[in-house]
Structure formats: structure tokens, C-alpha cells
Design a protein around this ligand. Structure first.
Ligand code: ADP
Length: 391
């Protein structure tokens, strides 16, 4: 409603004019716009995206806090377009320029690149946007969003490394088996088979057996991984002595590994409930890792002790290459292998500890690591000890 006084020439008010107009469509449209804006804001927030606009004539930007954070700035920092451009990794400057040149024609911007801003963290970001043009078809404004794709990129990289590693790991034992089989066959071809030295046959067969064991282990790791991912890794439940299991596993490993010394100390006797074979597999993996990653000081110490009331801990300690602190959590992730030159010389898939963690957590326990680079590592597996024993 608009109210206006009606005045006489001398200024006296003689009446009121009331203009009433129906603004329903405008109000509804305004509400719709506000709702659409709220919806897109929520979606952007839920997807952890950063959004921005750029005034291409002045270089001024309007951004959300998340956006500046993705580029390594503080939310309070005043950001201009050139500041964002400066954070791009030099290898991707051309990709960005090409994407902008194309967007200046098509109106659509899309590219993915590595960025590193004032916080010095390197992130993969995917930028998508829309260009707006003036009457002369000159781009004047950009509206867009930025998404952090670092994790996806890293997982992809690890998967690629995994495939490379897996083919190498599977090929090596097969090549070696083939070599021994050919050697034996060539000896059998000779006329006087009685002269074939039994020692050669025996050592060849032992080597073949070792390689077959290695292959079987690799294949079962791969199978377990897919079982875990599809939620089909079944666990059985039985009561058994943990101390005997750990001692047996250590003994079995000693049979095939003559170089390392493995000591087992029992400070606590525990009967636990769970899947004996799967838990054995966890200990095999952790002890084999302790051996694999300690090529110079060939000592592995295992200790079984009471962690806290109702929990038993098995610690497996080595004095090998160790793990940098930044990787302590990550080694339990799928396909993660600590990077660095030295680790590349140690064969492996990077899935053993991921499987181990899943098995232990499904037994309501936990697995953690204490380690320092070049000093050695200690893996501690904690499992609940049920109050009742069943004999
Ligand atoms: P892998 O088959 O690569 O050994 P795991 O999942 O068993 O896979 O281990 C993941 C990564 O954790 C290894 O690639 C290695 O970098 C690190 N790691 C595991 N155990 C040890 C250890 N005892 N000492 C040093 N590094 C270790």
C-alpha cells in the first residue's frame, strides 16, 4: 500500500490517496529465489566446495571462506584474482590458461590442477565456472566453484602403483618357478637320469615351493581385499590361547627365515575369542613386515602383556627402516606404501595392514604403530580378553 497526502495549493491536507497493488507474484518470485539460493548454498557447503565470483575488469573477487582456505589463504585475507593465479603449480599454468581461453569463447570453465598457497600445502583442485559477457561479447565476470580432489587423485595414484606392483610381484615368482622347472626338465631329458644329483632336485623343488607359497599369499591378500570391500569377509568365533598362537606363528616364520632372530616374551596369558586363522594371518603379516623392513639389524621382539583391564596387547618390534610420523596413520590405508627410495626395494602390495586393521577392529580391538624413521617400528595389536573362559 502507498499512502500519499492530498494537498491544497496553500499546503493544507484535505485527503489521503491510497494506492493498493497486488504484489503476490513479486513476493512469491523473491521467496523462490531466496529458496533456490539457500538450496545451492547448502549443496555447496555439504559438498565442501568453495564458491567465487571474479570481476574480470578489476580483478576483484567475492569468495566463500572455504574457497580461500582451499587455496591456502586465511578466511580474513583479502584475495584478488592474481593472488589465486599465483598459487598454481608451474606445471599446470598452461592448462589453466587454455581452460580460460576456451571459456572466453564457450562460456564454460573447467580444469583440474595442483595448487599451493601461503599454507604451503599442495592440493589438487577442480575448478568449474561460467563466464558472463558484455554487449561486445567480452567476458566480464566469472561465477564458479572449486572442489578439493586431492584424496581422489592420491587414491588413483596408489591404485596405479598397486597395479604396477601387483604385476611385478606376480611375475617374479612365476619367472623363478619356470626357471626351476625348466632346469629339472632339461636334466630329465638327459639319457642317464640316475646321475641327476638329488641335492639339486631337492633344492629346486624347495625353491619352487617357496615361490608358490609367496604367490598363494599374494593371491589370498587380493581376495581378502575384495571380500572386505564387498563386506563378505566372514569371521569364525572360537576360544583359543593367544600366547600359543603367536608362538606358533613366530616358529613357522623362523623355519623359512633363517636370518632373523625372533624372541617371544609372555608377560600375560590370554584366552581370547575370535577367528584363529584370521588373527594368525594378522600376526604373520606384522612379523613378516618386521623382517622385511629391517634388513640390517636382524632382530624382532614380540611381547605379550596386559594392556589394561580386559585387554591384551601383542607388540612386534623391529630395528629397521622405521616409518616417518606423518605416515603412521596412512600405512593402514588401502594401497598405501611409504614413499621414498628405500621402500621401493621392498616388495609388497600395501594392503596387508589394511586387511590387518579390518580384522582386528572386527574383533573389537585396535592396531597402532610407534615408529621413528631409521630407528625401527613397534606394532601393537590390542584385543579384548573375554571374562569367561570356555575350555
Ligand atoms: P606391504 O605389502 O607394502 O608391506 P603393508 O600394508 O603390510 O603392505 O604395509 C604398508 C606399508 O607400511 C609398507 O609399504 C611400509 O612402507 C610400511 N611398513 C609396514 N610395516 C613396517 C615396518 N615394520 N617397518 C617399516 N615400515 C613398515
Amino acid at each position: 500500500f502507498i499512502y500519499q497526502p492530498l494537498r491544497e495549493p496553500d499546503g493544507t491536507i484535505t485527503g489521503i490517496m491510497v494506492v493498493a497493488s497486488d504484489v503476490t507474484p513479486q513476493v512469491l518470485a523473491k521467496n523462490d529465489i531466496a529458496e533456490a539460493e539457500e538450496n545451492s548454498r547448502l549443496a555447496i557447503e555439504a559438498a565442501d566446495l568453495g564458491s567465487y565470483t571474479i570481476d574480470l575488469e578489476t580483478g576483484m573477487m567475492n569468495t566463500t571462506d572455504r574457497f580461500v582456505e582451499l587455496f591456502g589463504f586465511k578466511p580474513s585475507d583479502q584475495i584478488m584474482h592474481k593472488d589465486i593465479i599465483n598459487t598454481i603449480h608451474p606445471d599446470f599454468a598452461d592448462i589453466r590458461q587454455k581452460a580460460h581461453d576456451e571459456a572466453a569463447i564457450t562460456g564454460f570453465l573447467s580444469y583440474e590442477a595442483k595448487f599451493s598457497g601461503p599454507d604451503k600445502k599442495t592440493r589438487w583442485l577442480k575448478l568449474s565456472g561460467k563466464f558472463f559477457f558484455n554487449n561486445e561479447k567480452k567476458p566480464i565476470r566469472v561465477l564458479g566453484i572449486a572442489m578439493d580432489t586431492t584424496e581422489q587423485r592420491e587414491l588413483q595414484q596408489r591404485k596405479d602403483d598397486f597395479i604396477r606392483m601387483a604385476s611385478h610381484e606376480l611375475k617374479t615368482p612365476v619367472t623363478s618357478i619356470k626357471g626351476y622347472v625348466q632346469l629339472l626338465l632339461s636334466m630329465m631329458d638327459k639319457k642317464d637320469q640316475a646321475t641327476i644329483p638329488t641335492a639339486i632336485v631337492q633344492s629346486s623343488l624347495l625353491s619352487v615351493d617357496k615361490q608358490v607359497l609367496k604367490l598363494t599369499r599374494l593371491m589370498s591378500e587380493l581376495l581378502d581385499l575384495s571380500r572386505i570391500e564387498s563386506g563378505k569377509l566372514d569371521l569364525s568365533n572360537e576360544f583359543f590361547g593367544l600366547n600359543e598362537l603367536v608362538a606358533d606363528v613366530a616358529q613357522d616364520i623362523l623355519y623359512t627365515n633363517t636370518k632373523h632372530k625372533i624372541s617371544v616374551t609372555h608377560d600375560f596369558d590370554a584366552v581370547i575369542c575370535g577367528d584363529k586363522d584370521r588373527l594368525a594371518q594378522v600376526f604373520i603379516n606384522v612379523i613378516n613386515n618386521a623382517i622385511k623392513y629391517s634388513p640390517t639389524i636382524e632382530e624382532v621382539e614380540i611381547r605379550i602383556y596386559e594392556e589394561s583391564n580386559g585387554y591384551v596387547a601383542v607388540s612386534v618390534k623391529d630395528y629397521g627402516i622405521g616409518i616417518a610420523e606423518a605416515n603412521h596413520d596412512r600405512i593402514f590405508e588401502r594401497f598405501f606404501r611409504a614413499e621414498g627410495k628405500s621402500e621401493q626395494t621392498y616388495p609388497g602390495f600395501g594392503i596387508g595392514l589394511f586387511i590387518a586393521k579390518d580384522i582386528i577392529e572386527r574383533h573389537h580391538g585396535s592396531i597402532r604403530v610407534n615408529s621413528e624413521k631409521d630407528k625401527g617400528s613397534e606394532f601393537i595389536i590390542v584385543l579384548p580378553v573375554p571374562a569367561k573362559k570356555i575350555n
